[in-house]
Design a protein around this ligand. Structure first.
Ligand code: ASP
Ligand code: MG
Length: 465
């Protein structure tokens, strides 16, 4: 099979891990054509983002010392992951060329004391640009001809929406298939850096956090791969958090839409757009564990097998969120109230996780991350209290529970089963939301009730069986 394998940051975070992942890739090449995509070393993208903030705050010393840390870390690993003198020399000189450019960029940005979306993307793309060198040269030492390529090198062309770019798929397909096929014909393996591409003017762009997943699926769609494997340190998607419920099980198969819903909650975060490139070509995706390769993981396909089509497939949780309840008589029948409330929160950069409004229109409940709670309440009170709204009530420490499964669609009695099971445990339900897709039924409980509710639902729908 032609396989695109995406590896996360832990697989490149030490010389030993780089050895291991290279050994695994080499082993897989005996049976398959492998096109690997790599993330940056764990924590490096965070550090690069921090550097851009430090530059913005004109904190030159701190920015330079964080950059030094990144440079040292990569040079140290480069020194250790390859033994052969000639290959080591080549690796060090490739690293040096990339790190020199990184330092030039840093100096330029420090001089200007300015970070634009464009320079920020250029800066934060370096994590992947560096990590692929380590793997490619390690593979070379193992006798696998491997070539490091950034997203730009391989031909991913995007719009100019820095920080959240989208690929221009027709152009990308043309370029990527050409580059990759050319290398494969020469019996060489491209080692592709995730997370970034370049716009039509050649400026480097990034896809947003977790974007290496997206790179992998863009590549897969471009070269008509048979499958994509997202390799990480979990076995796959689970029926619920195994830390809460002991008999939580690995989910064998889900549809693309279910996977999207689950990825937003569960232990395995997937980039929200990563499945898009696969849908049209029906390319299956597997979520697999690098450290437990015997396990087949979770298969994401267009058409999951019938015996895996349970009504409810998993119970997911988002812990430690906050609830804001906004009330006021003058909200009733006043068009634009919701828009006003949400745009105030948007201006503060607050992400809304869940909303519900009573049909009387006199109250709107909003769930946000606990860290955003103070800022959100402040903004609403400053701008709206006494005008549009009369009262803002806050409940700290609530949890969202979500049941996910496309089998819920059109089935009567799911909600009744859910709320009866929860009520039996004496758990109070604070807020409910169900999208009309019926793919996801979500409700909110006090955080201290969360575990009991999850266990009750996991039992009720026999997910441990
Ligand atoms: N390195 C990027 C990030 O940490 C992309 C990725 O890991 O997928 O967000
Ligand atoms: Mg990452």
């Amino acid at each position: 099979m032609k396989l695109v394998l995406k590896f996360g940051g832990t697989s490149v975070s030490s010389p030993q891990n780089i050895q291991n992942v290279s050994t695994l890739i080499k082993k897989l090449t005996k049976e398959h054509k492998i096109i690997p995509v790599f993330s940056a070393i764990s924590g490096v993208t965070d550090d690069l983002i921090r550097i851009t903030h430090l530059i913005q705050n004109r904190n030159k010393e701190a920015a330079s010392s964080l950059a030094k840390k990144i440079i040292k870390m990569h040079t140290d690993i480069a020194e250790q992951c390859v033994k052969n003198a000639k290959i080591k020399k080549d690796l060090i000189s490739k690293m040096k060329a990339d790190l020199d450019e990184f330092e030039d960029l840093l100096h330029g940005m420090l001089l200007l004391g300015e970070v634009t979306p464009r320079s920020s993307d250029y800066m934060i793309s370096f994590g992947e640009r560096l990590s692929i060198n380590l793997v490619a040269f390690t593979l070379n030492e193992m006798g696998v001809k491997a070539v490091p390529l950034t997203g730009k090198d391989v031909g991913i062309v995007t719009d100019s929406n820095f920080g959240g770019a989208k690929p221009l798929m027709d152009t990308t397909r043309l370029h990527v298939s050409h580059t990759v096929e050319d290398l494969l014909q020469k019996k060489a393996m491209p080692i592709i850096g995730g997370f970034a591409g370049a716009d039509q003017h050649g400026n480097i762009t990034t896809f947003g956090r977790g974007g290496s997943d997206y790179t992998a699926t863009i590549i897969a769609s471009s070269i008509k791969a048979d499958e994509v494997w997202l390799m990480s340190d979990v076995d796959g998607l689970m029926t619920t958090d195994p830390k809460i419920v002991k008999d939580a099980k690995l989910i064998k198969e889900v549809s693309y839409i279910e996977a999207m819903e689950m990825a937003l909650f569960g232990a395995k975060y997937i980039h929200p757009r990563a499945l898009e490139p696969l849908v049209a070509k029906k390319i299956p995706l597997r979520i697999r564990n690098t450290f437990n390769i015997g396990n087949l993981g979770t298969l994401v396909t267009a058409t999951p097998q019938a015996d895996t089509q349970k009504t409810v497939k998993c119970v997911s949780t988002i812990r430690h969120t906050g609830l804001i309840d906004v009330r006021g008589g003058s909200m009733v029948g006043a068009p634009g109230t919701a828009a006003t409330i949400f745009s105030i929160l948007a201006k503060e950069g607050i992400n809304i996780m869940m909303i519900s409004q009573s049909p009387s229109e006199s109250s709107i409940s909003i769930i946000v991350k606990k860290n955003d709670l103070d800022k959100a309440v402040n903004a609403l009170e400053m701008n709206l209290l006494g005008k549009v709204i009369k009262k803002v009530d806050v409940t700290v420490d609530v949890s969202i529970l979500a049941l996910i499964g496309s089998g819920m669609r059109g089935i009567t009695g799911v909600a009744s089963k859910v709320f009866t099971a929860v009520a039996k445990k004496g758990v109070n339900v604070i807020m409910i939301a169900q999208g009309s897709s019926e793919l996801n039924l979500a409700f909110v409980v006090k955080d201290s009730d969360c575990n009991a509710a999850v266990q009750a639902l996991h039992d009720e729908f026999n997910l441990g069986k």
